[in-house]
Design a protein around this ligand. Structure first.
Ligand code: NAP
Length: 249
């Protein structure tokens, strides 16, 4: 399959979970893909698994300089960038009114500044007709107790994406968002809540899902590829919710 032949994609947080599945799907469709992550070991492993159509780069999204350096490596290897998936993110739980300041700051820095650092770094190198997809979350629009600060960072991503869609339209660049529901990735083990509280929160969400199951990463990747494909060329500023019905229940 060659839907993305001769095209270059830049995927932040592409070493595990949704980002890795998206990188795999893009490569299967012919793209050259640059993946980033902050952990050098996971970056190297992802590079090995993705093969010779991929370049894996260690870069912390919270650092504007690191993102500029990562994009410079991508451009040196593959030229201008056609597809961006600003996906890197963290989810730390706890009551919104009782989340420690350092946890709040880590989430703001990764989930909001990280997206901005990525977009700012890639902007000068985007090809005409490029597609940018930002990874938000179903909880940006659906209230779930226990993940309030995370939800707020993802609501900010939706707002940012809508503005970017308007600002970049004159360059022929589309910006859309995906909002996954609960997806089986390593993130589900990283909430940092007391184990019983975390298990209760996850079980509560699962029990209320109309689809009766959580998503698999390749189901989110499929939506990212749709929004990155020229055949969705008139879709911009949209938020594609992929949550098994969670938001409408
Ligand atoms: N899984 C879900 O249920 C779900 C639902 C809605 C939205 N999302 C969103 O989907 C995105 C991907 O999450 P996932 O579920 O696939 O989780 P994941 O497997 O934990 O993947 C997160 C990715 O982001 C990277 N990352 C985290 N902090 C980073 C930083 N400071 N700099 C660079 N890379 C960083 C990780 O790399 P390292 O391992 O090197 O840190 C990893 O590659 C996140 O934005 C998340 O909020 C997930």
């Amino acid at each position: 399959m060659t839907r993305f032949a001769e095209r270059t994609a830049f995927v932040t947080g592409g070493t595990t979970g949704i980002g890795f599945a998206t990188a795999q799907a893009l490569i299967a469709e012919g793209a050259r893909v640059v993946v980033t992550g902050q952990d050098a070991g996971r970056v190297a492993e992802a590079g090995r698994k993705l093969g010779n159509q991929a370049l894996a780069v260690t870069a912390d999204v919270t650092s504007a300089e690191a993102m500029e350096a990562a994009v410079a490596k991508a451009v040196a290897a593959f030229g201008t960038i056609d597809v961006v998936f600003a996906n890197a993110g963290i989810a730390l739980g706890g009551p919104a009114g009782d989340t420690p300041t350092d946890v709040v700051e880590r989430m703001l820095a990764t989930n909001i500044s990280g997206v901005l650092n990525t977009v700012r770094a890639v902007l000068p190198h985007l090809a005409e007709g490029a597609s940018v997809v930002l990874n938000a979350s179903s909880v940006a629009t659906k209230t779930v107790a226990g993940v309030g600060v995370y939800s707020a960072t993802k609501a900010a991503v939706l707002s940012l994406g809508k503005t970017l869609a308007v600002e970049l339209a004159p360059r022929g660049i589309r910006v859309n968002m995906v909002s996954p529901g609960m997806t089986e990735t390593p993130i589900l083990g990283k909430f940092g809540m007391p184990p019983e509280a975390q298990a209760a929160m996850l079980e509560g969400v699962k029990a209320a899902l109309p689809a009766g199951r959580v998503a698999q990463p390749d189901e989110i990747a499929g939506a990212v590829l749709f929004l990155s494909d020229r055949r969705s060329g008139y879709v911009t500023g949209s938020n594609l919710i992929i949550d098994g019905g969670q938001n409408v229940a």
